[in-house]
Design a binder for this molecule. Structure first.
Ligand code: HEC
Length: 218
């Protein structure tokens, strides 16, 4: 199918108010232009025609393409060159990978599954169809990182795929972080290296950047 042939160039639908910074730049521009070209009958658009040229911005519509979008989709079967192609192989599990996993999990998954992966979130409390489950159930604790990766990639039931938002490498990082979250809730003393066991009774050191929230007590 050939793309629709345009009959006329679309006019951008709405002119948005310029951002503050741009307004300042524009004023400076107008002043300089005014001084330099005083009396010459020049207009701002004569000096910066590119600003005013016909164009489409992200999310604008156009009749130029059959699908009506100004933003183009990448051709089928192409991938950005930064993307990892070997999706089936987990990267080695390192502290840095788990840290990355935590960061991405907190952004993409915690809104629904809760920061501890226990399904305790505002979204979950308001979802009437099927609430995001806890990861600490018998069933989900048997999932391998590869199965978690699969859920992120394919989606599951009411949960959509996160393949577009989360890269392959980050999906693996999240999967391993979920395994770590599960272990955190079901660990025994045997899971702690003998040398570390003595430190368990000490209060946990606060991670950097975390502050105690002072709650108002009535
Ligand atoms: C918009 C809310 C939402 C977000 C965000 C979300 N999920 Fe889910 N998730 C759900 C819901 C709802 C279900 C249950 C779906 C069902 O049973 O139909 C689910 C189910 C799951 C399951 C269980 C699948 C199974 O086989 O039982 C896993 C694992 C999971 N999500 C992992 C994740 C991970 C990892 C992320 C972050 C990349 C994530 N989810 C982000 C809502 C969400």
């Amino acid at each position: 199918m050939s793309p629709a042939v345009p009959t006329a160039i679309d006019k951008p639908p709405i002119k948005r108010a310029p951002a503050k910074g741009r307004r300042v730049t524009k004023l400076a521009y107008a002043f300089v232009a005014g001084v330099a070209l005083a009396g010459a009958g020049c207009h701002e658009s004569d000096i910066d025609p590119m600003m005013r040229q016909e164009k489409w911005k992200a999310y604008w519509s156009t009749s130029l393409f059959a699908d009506g979008r100004a933003m183009r989709l990448p051709p089928e079967h192409t991938v950005p060159r930064e993307h990892v192609l070997d999706a089936a192989t987990s990267p080695p599990v390192t502290a840095a990978l788990l840290e990355r996993g935590r960061n991405r999990f907190d952004i993409h998954c915690a809104v629904c599954h809760g920061y501890a992966g226990d399904g305790d979130s505002v979204v979950a409390s308001k979802m009437s169809l099927r609430a995001p489950p806890t990861f600490h159930s018998e069933k989900l604790r048997t999932y391998t990182a590869a199965q978690l990766f699969e859920v992120e990639t394919q989606g599951y039931g009411y949960m959509p795929t996160y393949a577009a938002e989360v890269s392959v490498a980050d999906r693996w990082a999240i999967a391993h972080y979920v395994k770590a979250l599960q272990l955190a809730q079901h660990a025994t003393i045997e899971d702690v290296p003998a040398a570390e066991r003595g430190s368990l009774d000490k209060p946990a050191a606060k991670p950097e950047g975390e502050h105690e929230h002072s709650e108002k007590k009535e």
